[in-house]
Design a protein around this ligand. Structure first.
Ligand code: TXA
Ligand code: MG
Length: 321
Protein backbone atom coordinates (compact mmCIF):
# COMPACT_ATOMS: atom_id res chain seq x y z
CA UNK A 1 0.00 0.00 0.00
CA UNK A 2 1.39 3.43 -0.89
CA UNK A 3 1.49 6.25 1.67
CA UNK A 4 -1.25 7.97 -0.32
CA UNK A 5 -3.57 4.89 -0.18
CA UNK A 6 -2.88 4.61 3.51
CA UNK A 7 -3.70 8.31 4.01
CA UNK A 8 -7.04 7.90 2.21
CA UNK A 9 -7.81 4.84 4.35
CA UNK A 10 -7.05 6.81 7.54
CA UNK A 11 -9.28 9.73 6.45
CA UNK A 12 -12.17 7.36 5.58
CA UNK A 13 -11.80 5.69 8.98
CA UNK A 14 -12.12 9.07 10.74
CA UNK A 15 -8.42 9.46 11.56
CA UNK A 16 -6.00 12.38 11.23
CA UNK A 17 -3.55 12.84 8.37
CA UNK A 18 -0.95 15.62 8.32
CA UNK A 19 -0.19 16.65 4.76
CA UNK A 20 1.90 19.26 2.95
CA UNK A 21 0.36 22.24 1.20
CA UNK A 22 2.18 25.05 -0.59
CA UNK A 23 1.60 27.30 2.47
CA UNK A 24 2.13 25.20 5.62
CA UNK A 25 1.40 21.59 6.66
CA UNK A 26 -2.26 20.90 7.46
CA UNK A 27 -3.79 18.54 10.02
CA UNK A 28 -6.53 16.91 7.99
CA UNK A 29 -9.74 15.04 8.78
CA UNK A 30 -12.87 14.10 6.82
CA UNK A 31 -14.81 17.40 6.83
CA UNK A 32 -18.16 15.60 6.79
CA UNK A 33 -17.41 13.44 9.85
CA UNK A 34 -18.09 15.31 13.15
CA UNK A 35 -16.10 12.87 15.29
CA UNK A 36 -13.10 13.05 12.97
CA UNK A 37 -13.20 16.87 13.02
CA UNK A 38 -13.41 16.86 16.83
CA UNK A 39 -10.18 14.85 16.74
CA UNK A 40 -8.42 17.85 15.14
CA UNK A 41 -9.36 20.10 18.06
CA UNK A 42 -8.21 17.49 20.57
CA UNK A 43 -4.85 16.95 18.84
CA UNK A 44 -4.14 20.69 18.57
CA UNK A 45 -5.49 21.64 21.96
CA UNK A 46 -7.56 24.19 20.06
CA UNK A 47 -10.69 25.60 21.74
CA UNK A 48 -13.89 24.35 20.12
CA UNK A 49 -15.81 26.91 18.07
CA UNK A 50 -12.91 28.04 15.89
CA UNK A 51 -13.88 27.45 12.24
CA UNK A 52 -11.68 25.29 10.00
CA UNK A 53 -10.80 25.57 6.31
CA UNK A 54 -12.20 22.82 4.06
CA UNK A 55 -9.71 21.76 1.38
CA UNK A 56 -11.09 20.60 -1.98
CA UNK A 57 -9.66 19.00 -5.12
CA UNK A 58 -11.63 21.04 -7.63
CA UNK A 59 -14.09 23.86 -8.21
CA UNK A 60 -16.79 21.33 -9.15
CA UNK A 61 -17.11 20.58 -5.42
CA UNK A 62 -17.86 24.20 -4.44
CA UNK A 63 -21.63 23.81 -4.63
CA UNK A 64 -21.59 21.00 -2.03
CA UNK A 65 -19.98 23.35 0.49
CA UNK A 66 -21.08 26.89 -0.42
CA UNK A 67 -24.73 27.95 -0.71
CA UNK A 68 -24.00 30.54 -3.32
CA UNK A 69 -20.89 31.39 -5.23
CA UNK A 70 -20.90 35.09 -6.14
CA UNK A 71 -19.15 36.24 -9.34
CA UNK A 72 -16.36 37.69 -7.17
CA UNK A 73 -15.64 34.18 -5.82
CA UNK A 74 -15.42 32.74 -9.32
CA UNK A 75 -13.10 35.57 -10.42
CA UNK A 76 -10.75 34.96 -7.50
CA UNK A 77 -10.96 31.18 -7.92
CA UNK A 78 -10.00 31.43 -11.61
CA UNK A 79 -7.10 33.73 -10.80
CA UNK A 80 -5.61 32.07 -7.71
CA UNK A 81 -6.79 28.44 -7.38
CA UNK A 82 -5.20 26.04 -7.01
CA UNK A 83 -3.11 28.15 -4.68
CA UNK A 84 -2.58 29.94 -1.35
CA UNK A 85 -6.00 31.61 -1.01
CA UNK A 86 -9.01 30.77 1.18
CA UNK A 87 -12.49 32.09 0.41
CA UNK A 88 -15.13 32.51 3.09
CA UNK A 89 -18.54 31.87 1.54
CA UNK A 90 -22.08 31.26 2.80
CA UNK A 91 -22.20 27.66 3.85
CA UNK A 92 -24.29 25.06 2.07
CA UNK A 93 -26.90 23.08 3.96
CA UNK A 94 -25.41 20.07 5.67
CA UNK A 95 -21.97 21.55 6.35
CA UNK A 96 -21.39 20.52 9.95
CA UNK A 97 -21.05 22.99 12.85
CA UNK A 98 -17.80 21.34 13.94
CA UNK A 99 -16.25 22.76 10.75
CA UNK A 100 -17.92 26.19 10.65
CA UNK A 101 -17.78 26.90 14.37
CA UNK A 102 -21.56 27.34 14.12
CA UNK A 103 -21.23 30.31 11.76
CA UNK A 104 -23.25 30.69 8.56
CA UNK A 105 -20.08 30.76 6.49
CA UNK A 106 -17.43 28.23 5.53
CA UNK A 107 -13.78 28.62 4.57
CA UNK A 108 -12.78 26.85 1.32
CA UNK A 109 -9.43 26.38 -0.38
CA UNK A 110 -8.03 24.41 -3.32
CA UNK A 111 -4.32 23.97 -2.57
CA UNK A 112 -1.68 23.56 -5.28
CA UNK A 113 0.86 21.25 -3.62
CA UNK A 114 0.94 18.09 -5.77
CA UNK A 115 0.73 15.77 -2.76
CA UNK A 116 -2.25 17.69 -1.35
CA UNK A 117 -3.94 17.57 -4.75
CA UNK A 118 -3.37 13.81 -5.07
CA UNK A 119 -4.70 13.21 -1.57
CA UNK A 120 -7.81 15.35 -2.11
CA UNK A 121 -8.52 13.79 -5.50
CA UNK A 122 -8.13 10.23 -4.17
CA UNK A 123 -10.21 10.95 -1.05
CA UNK A 124 -12.93 12.64 -3.09
CA UNK A 125 -14.50 14.66 -0.28
CA UNK A 126 -13.59 17.80 1.64
CA UNK A 127 -10.70 17.68 4.09
CA UNK A 128 -10.91 20.05 7.07
CA UNK A 129 -7.42 21.15 8.01
CA UNK A 130 -5.93 23.81 10.23
CA UNK A 131 -2.16 24.25 10.38
CA UNK A 132 -0.62 21.13 12.00
CA UNK A 133 0.72 22.82 15.13
CA UNK A 134 -0.38 23.01 18.77
CA UNK A 135 -2.82 25.87 19.31
CA UNK A 136 -1.11 29.28 19.30
CA UNK A 137 2.27 27.90 18.26
CA UNK A 138 4.41 28.27 15.14
CA UNK A 139 2.95 26.68 12.00
CA UNK A 140 4.93 23.74 10.55
CA UNK A 141 6.59 24.00 7.16
CA UNK A 142 8.26 20.55 7.13
CA UNK A 143 7.11 17.03 8.06
CA UNK A 144 9.73 17.06 10.82
CA UNK A 145 8.10 20.15 12.38
CA UNK A 146 4.78 18.26 12.45
CA UNK A 147 6.43 15.27 14.14
CA UNK A 148 7.92 17.55 16.79
CA UNK A 149 4.60 19.37 17.36
CA UNK A 150 2.13 16.51 17.31
CA UNK A 151 4.05 13.20 17.53
CA UNK A 152 1.61 10.31 17.83
CA UNK A 153 -1.42 12.60 18.12
CA UNK A 154 -1.60 12.25 14.33
CA UNK A 155 -2.18 8.89 12.61
CA UNK A 156 -0.08 9.56 9.52
CA UNK A 157 2.24 12.28 8.24
CA UNK A 158 2.74 12.65 4.48
CA UNK A 159 6.18 14.12 3.78
CA UNK A 160 6.19 16.50 0.82
CA UNK A 161 9.34 18.44 1.68
CA UNK A 162 9.53 22.07 2.75
CA UNK A 163 6.51 24.25 1.89
CA UNK A 164 7.09 26.76 -0.93
CA UNK A 165 5.22 29.78 0.40
CA UNK A 166 5.91 29.20 4.10
CA UNK A 167 3.07 31.27 5.62
CA UNK A 168 -0.67 30.56 5.72
CA UNK A 169 -3.09 31.39 2.91
CA UNK A 170 -4.59 34.80 2.24
CA UNK A 171 -8.18 34.70 3.58
CA UNK A 172 -10.88 36.74 1.80
CA UNK A 173 -14.40 36.93 3.23
CA UNK A 174 -17.01 37.13 0.46
CA UNK A 175 -19.95 36.06 2.62
CA UNK A 176 -21.31 39.55 3.29
CA UNK A 177 -21.37 41.03 -0.22
CA UNK A 178 -18.25 43.18 0.08
CA UNK A 179 -14.81 41.53 -0.05
CA UNK A 180 -12.87 41.75 3.24
CA UNK A 181 -9.32 40.58 3.88
CA UNK A 182 -9.31 38.48 7.08
CA UNK A 183 -5.68 37.36 6.93
CA UNK A 184 -2.88 38.70 4.71
CA UNK A 185 -0.78 36.16 2.83
CA UNK A 186 1.34 35.54 -0.23
CA UNK A 187 -1.47 36.80 -2.50
CA UNK A 188 -1.54 40.52 -1.75
CA UNK A 189 -4.48 42.87 -1.31
CA UNK A 190 -3.32 44.64 -4.49
CA UNK A 191 -3.51 41.37 -6.50
CA UNK A 192 -7.00 40.70 -5.12
CA UNK A 193 -8.17 44.22 -5.97
CA UNK A 194 -6.79 44.06 -9.47
CA UNK A 195 -8.70 40.83 -10.19
CA UNK A 196 -11.91 42.03 -8.52
CA UNK A 197 -11.79 45.58 -9.89
CA UNK A 198 -12.98 46.88 -6.51
CA UNK A 199 -11.42 47.73 -3.15
CA UNK A 200 -10.94 44.97 -0.56
CA UNK A 201 -11.68 45.99 3.03
CA UNK A 202 -9.55 45.14 6.06
CA UNK A 203 -10.93 42.99 8.88
CA UNK A 204 -12.30 44.91 11.84
CA UNK A 205 -12.94 43.66 15.37
CA UNK A 206 -16.49 42.84 14.31
CA UNK A 207 -15.38 40.34 11.67
CA UNK A 208 -16.12 36.65 12.17
CA UNK A 209 -13.87 34.94 14.63
CA UNK A 210 -10.65 33.71 13.07
CA UNK A 211 -8.02 32.20 15.31
CA UNK A 212 -5.25 33.49 13.07
CA UNK A 213 -6.58 36.94 13.80
CA UNK A 214 -6.27 36.60 17.56
CA UNK A 215 -3.50 38.83 18.76
CA UNK A 216 -1.39 36.04 20.30
CA UNK A 217 -0.42 33.46 17.68
CA UNK A 218 2.48 31.83 15.84
CA UNK A 219 4.39 32.13 19.08
CA UNK A 220 7.79 30.77 20.09
CA UNK A 221 8.17 29.74 23.75
CA UNK A 222 10.85 32.40 24.34
CA UNK A 223 10.15 36.15 24.44
CA UNK A 224 10.30 37.63 20.94
CA UNK A 225 10.92 41.35 20.50
CA UNK A 226 10.05 42.96 17.17
CA UNK A 227 12.28 45.99 16.85
CA UNK A 228 12.41 48.77 14.24
CA UNK A 229 15.82 48.96 12.47
CA UNK A 230 16.79 52.24 14.16
CA UNK A 231 16.44 50.62 17.61
CA UNK A 232 18.06 47.28 16.75
CA UNK A 233 21.59 47.83 17.98
CA UNK A 234 20.55 49.52 21.23
CA UNK A 235 18.03 46.76 21.98
CA UNK A 236 20.60 44.04 21.38
CA UNK A 237 23.04 45.80 23.72
CA UNK A 238 20.35 46.20 26.39
CA UNK A 239 19.09 42.62 26.18
CA UNK A 240 22.53 41.00 26.12
CA UNK A 241 23.20 42.47 29.53
CA UNK A 242 20.34 40.38 30.92
CA UNK A 243 20.64 37.17 28.89
CA UNK A 244 21.59 35.38 25.71
CA UNK A 245 20.33 37.05 22.57
CA UNK A 246 19.47 35.58 19.16
CA UNK A 247 18.83 37.94 16.25
CA UNK A 248 16.91 37.55 13.00
CA UNK A 249 17.76 40.38 10.60
CA UNK A 250 18.49 40.84 6.90
CA UNK A 251 21.67 42.72 7.85
CA UNK A 252 25.02 41.02 8.23
CA UNK A 253 26.01 40.49 11.87
CA UNK A 254 26.99 43.59 13.87
CA UNK A 255 30.56 43.31 15.08
CA UNK A 256 30.40 45.91 17.84
CA UNK A 257 27.72 44.24 20.05
CA UNK A 258 27.71 40.78 21.62
CA UNK A 259 25.20 38.44 19.98
CA UNK A 260 25.16 34.70 20.66
CA UNK A 261 23.24 33.75 17.51
CA UNK A 262 22.72 35.81 14.38
CA UNK A 263 20.50 34.42 11.68
CA UNK A 264 20.62 36.49 8.52
CA UNK A 265 17.17 36.68 6.93
CA UNK A 266 16.61 36.80 3.15
CA UNK A 267 16.16 40.24 1.60
CA UNK A 268 13.02 39.51 -0.46
CA UNK A 269 9.62 39.17 1.21
CA UNK A 270 8.96 35.84 -0.59
CA UNK A 271 12.19 34.22 0.58
CA UNK A 272 11.72 35.71 4.04
CA UNK A 273 8.24 34.13 4.30
CA UNK A 274 9.55 30.81 3.01
CA UNK A 275 12.17 30.66 5.82
CA UNK A 276 10.28 32.47 8.57
CA UNK A 277 8.79 29.61 10.63
CA UNK A 278 11.86 27.38 10.31
CA UNK A 279 14.00 30.31 11.48
CA UNK A 280 11.73 31.00 14.46
CA UNK A 281 11.75 27.31 15.44
CA UNK A 282 15.52 27.15 15.20
CA UNK A 283 16.03 30.29 17.28
CA UNK A 284 13.44 29.11 19.82
CA UNK A 285 15.29 25.77 20.19
CA UNK A 286 18.68 27.51 20.58
CA UNK A 287 20.35 28.39 23.87
CA UNK A 288 19.11 31.98 23.67
CA UNK A 289 16.87 33.60 26.29
CA UNK A 290 15.47 36.32 24.02
CA UNK A 291 14.75 36.46 20.28
CA UNK A 292 15.12 39.87 18.66
CA UNK A 293 13.67 40.30 15.16
CA UNK A 294 14.32 43.36 13.03
CA UNK A 295 10.92 44.60 11.83
CA UNK A 296 10.56 44.42 8.03
CA UNK A 297 9.41 47.49 6.05
CA UNK A 298 5.79 48.67 6.31
CA UNK A 299 5.12 48.36 2.57
CA UNK A 300 2.24 46.21 1.25
CA UNK A 301 4.67 43.60 0.01
CA UNK A 302 5.74 42.86 3.60
CA UNK A 303 2.23 43.00 5.10
CA UNK A 304 1.82 39.24 5.62
CA UNK A 305 5.27 38.73 7.13
CA UNK A 306 4.85 41.73 9.46
CA UNK A 307 1.44 40.41 10.50
CA UNK A 308 2.92 37.02 11.53
CA UNK A 309 5.85 38.63 13.34
CA UNK A 310 3.56 40.99 15.27
CA UNK A 311 1.46 38.03 16.40
CA UNK A 312 4.55 36.01 17.29
CA UNK A 313 5.75 38.88 19.47
CA UNK A 314 2.33 39.28 21.11
CA UNK A 315 2.00 35.52 21.63
CA UNK A 316 5.43 35.20 23.20
CA UNK A 317 4.50 37.91 25.74
CA UNK A 318 1.41 35.89 26.66
CA UNK A 319 3.47 32.76 27.31
CA UNK A 320 6.00 34.75 29.27
CA UNK A 321 3.39 35.98 31.73
O1 TXA B 1 -2.67 28.08 4.44
C1 TXA B 1 -3.60 27.74 5.17
O2 TXA B 1 -4.69 28.36 5.19
C2 TXA B 1 -3.38 26.54 6.09
C3 TXA B 1 -3.25 25.29 5.21
C4 TXA B 1 -3.16 24.02 6.01
O3 TXA B 1 -4.30 25.25 4.28
N1 TXA B 1 -4.44 26.39 7.02
C5 TXA B 1 -4.61 27.23 8.06
O4 TXA B 1 -5.64 26.87 8.91
O5 TXA B 1 -3.90 28.21 8.25
P1 TXA B 1 -5.85 27.51 10.35
O6 TXA B 1 -7.03 26.82 10.95
O7 TXA B 1 -4.60 27.50 11.12
O8 TXA B 1 -6.30 28.96 10.00
C6 TXA B 1 -7.50 29.10 9.29
C7 TXA B 1 -8.13 30.43 9.57
C8 TXA B 1 -8.48 30.53 11.03
O9 TXA B 1 -8.08 31.78 11.49
C9 TXA B 1 -9.99 30.37 10.99
O10 TXA B 1 -10.61 30.96 12.09
C10 TXA B 1 -10.34 31.02 9.67
O11 TXA B 1 -9.33 30.55 8.83
N2 TXA B 1 -11.63 30.59 9.17
C11 TXA B 1 -12.00 29.38 8.73
N3 TXA B 1 -13.31 29.34 8.42
C12 TXA B 1 -13.78 30.58 8.66
C13 TXA B 1 -15.06 31.19 8.55
N4 TXA B 1 -16.13 30.52 8.16
N5 TXA B 1 -15.17 32.49 8.90
C14 TXA B 1 -14.09 33.20 9.31
N6 TXA B 1 -12.85 32.67 9.45
C15 TXA B 1 -12.70 31.38 9.13
MG1 MG C 1 -2.99 27.99 12.39
Amino acid sequence: MTALDEAVRVLRAGGLVAFPTETVYGLGADASNPEAVKGIFAAKGRPAGHPLIVHLASEDQLSSWARDTPPSALQLARAFWPGPMTLILKRAQGVIDEVTGGQNSVGLRIPSHPMARDLLAAFGGGVAAPSANRFGRISPTTAEHVRTELGDRVDLILDGGACDVGIESTIVDLSSGVPVLLRPGHISIRQLESVLGQPVGRASQASPRASGTLEAHYAPSKPLLLVEPARLKATIAEQSRAGVVAVLSPQSPFTDVVVAIWRQAPASSEDYAHDLYAALRELDASACTTIIVEAPPESGQWMAVRDRLQRSAAGSQTHAT
